[in-house]
Write a protein that binds this ligand. Sequence first.
Ligand code: SAM
Ligand code: SF4
Length: 331
Amino acid sequence: MTLVDGHGRVHRDLRISLTDHCNLRCTYCMPAEGVPWLPRDTLLSPVELMRIVRVGVAAGITEVRLTGGEPLLRPDIIEIVARIAALRTPDGGPLDLAITTNGIGLARLAEPLVDAGLTRVNVSIDTLHPERFRSMTRRDRHADVLAGIAAAAEAGLRPVKLNAVLMRGVNDDEAVDLLGWAISQGHELRFIEQMPLDAGHTWTRRNMVTADEIFERLATRYTLTPEGGRGAAPAERFLVDGGPARVGIIASVTRPFCGACDRLRLTADGQLRSCLFAQTESDVRTPLRAGSDDAVIEAIMHRCLAGKLPGHGINEPGFLQPARPMSAIGG
Ligand code: SAM
Ligand code: SF4
């Protein structure tokens, strides 16, 4: 049965966090030290993961995105991609299978990932300056990210989609430069408004760089024409100087797109979430390990979505940031 929530939204997109570990410590996501890691024995194995994905696909999931934490840190990433890529939708079509990664490791893995069936990749890059990268991510890995992006393009994952989060007084002077660089390399850049999902709960509305500000900064150098036809996609897309180059702005906070949300999330420890900002989770790992059949797993998906709220509520009084940070939910 199709995965429909209580507000009539049909769910086609399954976002899977493969790990809560990461080789960076982006300030808007993870703490510098003292991360409370998920216990190893709670992490889903590829076989367990596949049970859940298979049930989801039979119920109408057509798009799977692997994320984390840093998904390329999973030693079994190639096996996981190959297994998911081999699945077919009930009408026999392939799944749309993508990875969101910080790019470190792509120089080595881009080709094997493509061979395993990966067709799309999003790489996060917030700055063109190595020193700034080091302070934003607390690690000196800028060159590895650039090498990873180049390897992804080389391996045929074109256009490489790039994600950038701008932080006030940190890298918000780079909007134009990031876009210019992305266009010069043939990549497609999307700016994401910073959301209240950092481990330290330090997000403030005043410090967040809004979609309007990003647009204004880009408009000082480029002519941006709205593309329309956004569907369930979170990014508002614009043609740059008449095209074919494009840029996306994801205004999760100031222009939420919850009304068209088609995403269901699975954490690395087997908890289903109906929203990044959900306060509750539905445990699928325990019944799976207890030998439950597919019907039980599907019923948990429906129950999870039955509780999905109409919106994330960031802009409402009384909003509570979820207990898990972004790195443990899966962005
Ligand atoms: N490690 C991978 C990466 O960085 O691409 C995948 C996981 S990361 C959580 C997925 C995306 O979420 C990245 O593009 C990252 O910039 C974004 N992100 C993390 N914390 C965020 C926050 N507080 N607000 C907005 N985006 C955030
Ligand atoms: Fe790691 Fe991605 Fe979070 Fe940065 S945004 S700390 S790369 S999971």
